[in-house]
Design a protein around this ligand. Structure first.
Ligand code: F6P
Length: 468
């Protein structure tokens, strides 16, 4: 059987003897891809060390081998924190004002992609299918092609692909467009993302559309399609149904007494719109004073990328916002916002989603947003809650029955919270049913199968000789 080689910045190596993988969309998705293939998962170990070895550490776990490399402090600073997370991330999320481009960071990004390619090329076998994930590794196929690797190489972009006028503000944009065209198949989350990247390739690189999403770029054929990522519906549903047994869930529910719960769960990231959401909740209490004391908002926000300045500033901003709102609205027997920065495992999250009357998922921009999907799947068919969802999350395209909102408009979000809290059960059921059915059909397995069967087709296409 052909092997699948997955490459991603982070690799979630399971504990020996355990079937569990780390939580998080990418880890769950990659695990799903390996159910149909044997293979190798390659990437960064998560460790930063002086003088890292160029030999990967290889760990065998049955059908899947893990090969991981360490990063030096300079690589970590320039490739990961610098170019990937201070230049690409904000620009991909339409936050031009937050983008910080530096030539040395870009050189570090290219250097790490080159080193990854050299190490990985030694592990590749002729029949392997190679599937690269996310914006840390845009130039990887180009580097692999330069080393003579002619296998089918696919790329999936987990975050948004912005309009050309936004992407092209990045000083390295043309380089990156050329590099991405070395993938055989490029998967994006939504059709607008596909449109943005395709138009950019056509306008900037004079790519020629060949129909069916294929483009000829500099004499090479590539295909761009949307593959909206799904979740492990069966696993999530089971976790939600059994969550009553979980101590944290039980105690949280007991603490609520008759109060209704609003829930938000996000990595601490400015793309998620956490302070803006808190202000919308404050607005809701300002215009619905009768609801003070009757509603509690729990926001679970594990810290992320703390070494990046903008994330540190956001952390301070959220702390201040929570303090101000709780200070001005709270009572000795009621705290409107319960803000937690701990990361909780799936059974706890699933139980809290199920207990929450309203799921607040209001990113300013998001590639997909799997919390929105998890919230829907965790609901009971007896008494489902209501999803309030940003129209700028990729998930909004598959969840149009949610209450779709503009996260920049806190009055609109506050109004949606009120609508959700007062929505009769019949309407909640009517909205929820088509969403949960769609999530069940379009789950993570559907996503991985679609992408990989498309990538398999590239085996039959005659390959160009590698560029020198
Ligand atoms: O979804 C985008 C993404 O960068 C994933 O690749 C990653 O798993 C997640 O966000 C968390 O980010 P980080 O690896 O920087 O902590």
């Amino acid at each position: 059987m052909a092997r699948l080689v997955i490459v991603s910045n982070r690799v979630a190596v399971p504990e020996d003897g355990s079937k569990a993988v780390a939580a998080g969309g990418l880890a769950v998705a990659v695990k799903e891809a390996f159910t149909a293939y044997e293979g190798l998962w390659f990437g960064w170990s998560g460790n930063v060390v002086e003088d890292p070895s160029t030999e990967p550490t290889v760990i065998d776990r049955g059908r899947v081998q893990y090969a991981v490399v360490d990063l030096s402090p300079q690589d970590h600073r320039e490739y990961y924190s610098g170019f990937a997370n201070r230049a690409l991330w904000p620009i991909m999320h339409y936050r031009l004002g937050l983008g910080a481009f530096s030539r040395s960071d870009y050189a570090g990004y290219q250097r790490v992609n080159r080193t990854f390619a050299r190490t990985l090329a030694r592990l590749i076998e002729p029949d392997d299918l190679i599937w690269v994930h996310d914006y840390h590794l845009l130039p990887l196929a180009s580097e692999l092609r330069g080393l003579g690797i002619a296998n089918p190489i696919g790329y999936f972009h987990h975050i948004p692909w912005p309009a050309a006028d936004v992407f092209n503000t990045l000083p390295a944009s043309t380089d990156l467009l050329r590099a991405i065209a070395d993938y055989d198949l490029i998967g994006l989350q939504t059709d607008p993302d596909v449109h943005n990247l395709s138009r950019n390739l056509i306008d900037e690189l004079r790519a020629i559309p060949l129909g069916g999403g294929s483009l000829m770029v500099d004499g090479r054929r590539t295909r761009i399609r949307s593959f909206p990522i799904g979740i492990d519906v069966a696993g999530f549903k089971e976790a939600a149904e059994n969550a009553g047994a979980n101590k944290t869930v039980r105690e949280t529910m007991a603490g609520l007494r008759t109060r209704k719960l609003l829930i938000g769960v996000d990595r601490l990231d400015y793309s998620k719109g956490v302070p803006e959401r808190m202000e919308a909740v404050e607005r809701f209490f300002a215009s619905n004073p009768d609801q003070r004391g009757n509603v509690v908002y729990i926001q679970i926000t594990p810290k992320s990328r703390t070494e990046v300045q903008e994330y540190e500033e956001l952390s301070r901003e959220v702390n201040e916002t929570v303090g101000e709102i709780n200070g001005s609205l709270g009572e000795p027997n009621w705290t409107p916002i319960q803000y937690v920065t701990k990361a909780y495992p799936r059974p706890v999250l699933a139980g809290l989603y199920r207990a929450a009357r309203v799921g607040l998922v209001t990113p300013m921009r998001d590639g997909m947003n799997l919390v929105a999907k998890e919230y829907v799947v965790a609901q009971s068919d007896e008494d489902p809650g209501v999803l309030v969802l940003s129209k700028f999350a990729g998930a909004a395209r598959q969840l149009p029955e949610a209450l779709l909102v503009n996260p920049y408009d806190r009055f609109e979000v506050a109004e949606a919270i009120r609508t959700a809290l007062y929505m009769p059960r019949s309407e909640r059921l009517e909205r929820w049913k088509p969403m949960v059915e769609r999530m069940t059909r379009e789950d993570v397995d559907w996503w991985a199968r679609n992408f990989l069967s498309d990538l398999e087709n590239f085996r039959t296409i005659e390959r160009e000789p590698p560029r020198t």
